[in-house]
Each structure stands twice: as structure tokens, then as C-alpha cells.
Design a protein around this ligand. Structure first.
Ligand code: 5GP
Ligand code: MG
Length: 176
């Protein structure tokens, strides 16, 4: 049984490959001699990061972090996240964060603030998809794959209820 009936493909695997190649070329120009620390945000970025770093033919190191949310209501500031899994000392390093999607901007801006406090030499953000229409917090995206409409996306690492991460393309869930 196909599980795709409720999906509308927005970006094919070929289109994604083209975008990832373009991003890799931009990143190569900027990080060639910098031995950057590439930090993927779990889980959504795992496929994007895996494809991207295989096109980066220079020394780099990879870490993954996970943001956990205590949910709304614990503080008046809204969602509170903690960062798990950062094992490297990033002080003085050139750090490149890899994220699957920027929606309201809360998650990634929380992480960027957290990392900035650790005094990296530089800190940039590479994002596969950006939904600017939903932004609540200003986020500066340095390398962007696709600008996307305000739909719920799955595939290529993105999930709905932990499903669909393995789809090779990026799809929107159909609103029933
Ligand atoms: P933000 O903090 O920017 O609102 O949300 C970022 C996180 O929300 C993403 O890392 C992702 O986990 C989730 N998210 C936001 N929009 C989507 C979407 O369209 N599809 C999926 N699968 N996750 C999303
Ligand atoms: Mg995410």
C-alpha cells in the first residue's frame, strides 16, 4: 500500500540534489581552509547534512545536537529549549549550523544564541527550507536551500509524528 496518497511532492530528489550542490559550492568557497565544526540539529537535519558534507572536500568536523523543549507555559518567554550533545569546545572555531527548516525561528535562534555565548570565531546557519511567512523571531540564514510556503512539510529528514523522514523528496501533507 502506498503511503503517499496524502502527500504533494514539492521538491524532487533531483531538485534537492541541485540545491545541495549549490550550497556545497558556496560553503566550500567560504570554509576551504578553516576546518569548521559542522553542527547538525537532530533529528531533521540528518539526511541533508549527510548529503551536504559528502560534497565538502576539505577538512571539517561534525557534531549533532538535539534541542529539547519543555513545552509552552513553563516560562513567560514561551518555549524553553535545552541543548544536548555538544561535545566539542567551540571557542575560537568556525561553526556552521545545519537545520532542516526554519519556521517561527524560535528553535534556531535559541541555538544560535546558546552557541554565540561560547565565543566561536564565526557562526553561520545553513538551512534546507525556510518558511518566512511564519517568522516570529528574526533569523539570519547564511545558506538557504528553498523558500517554502506555509504548509507542513515531510520527507528528506522531515517527519510527521516520526514518519516520512525516509522519503527522498520534500512533500507537503495535504490538508484534508
Ligand atoms: P521553529 O522553532 O522555527 O518554529 O521550528 C523549527 C522546528 O519545527 C523545525 O526544526 C522542525 O522540527 C519543526 N517544523 C517546523 N515546520 C515544520 C514542517 O513544515 N515540517 C516538519 N516536519 N517540521 C517542522
Ligand atoms: Mg528540527
Amino acid at each position: 500500500m502506498s503511503s503517499r496518497n496524502n502527500l504533494q511532492s514539492l521538491f524532487s530528489s533531483e531538485e534537492i540534489e541541485t540545491a545541495v550542490k549549490r550550497l556545497a559550492a558556496e560553503i566550500t568557497k567560504d570554509y576551504q581552509d578553516k576546518n569548521p565544526l559542522v553542527i547538525g540539529i537532530l533529528k531533521g537535519s540528518f539526511i541533508f547534512l549527510a548529503d551536504l558534507v559528502r560534497l565538502l572536500d576539505f577538512p571539517l568536523e561534525i557534531e549533532f545536537v538535539r534541542l529539547s523543549s519543555y513545552g509552552r507555559g513553563r516560562t513567560t518567554a514561551g518555549k524553553l529549549n535545552v541543548v544536548q550533545g555538544l561535545h566539542s569546545d567551540i571557542r575560537g572555531r568556525d561553526v556552521l549550523v545545519i537545520e532542516d527548516i526554519v519556521d517561527t525561528g524560535q528553535s534556531v535562534s535559541f541555538l544560535m544564541d546558546y552557541l554565540l555565548k561560547k565565543k566561536p570565531a564565526s557562526l553561520r546557519l545553513c538551512v534546507l527550507t525556510d518558511k518566512p511567512s511564519r517568522r516570529q523571531v528574526e533569523v539570519s540564514v547564511d545558506y538557504l536551500g528553498f523558500t517554502v510556503p506555509d504548509r507542513f512539510l515531510v520527507g528528506y529528514g522531515l517527519d510527521f509524528d516520526e514518519k516520512y523522514r525516509n522519503l527522498p523528496d520534500i512533500c507537503a501533507l495535504r490538508e484534508e
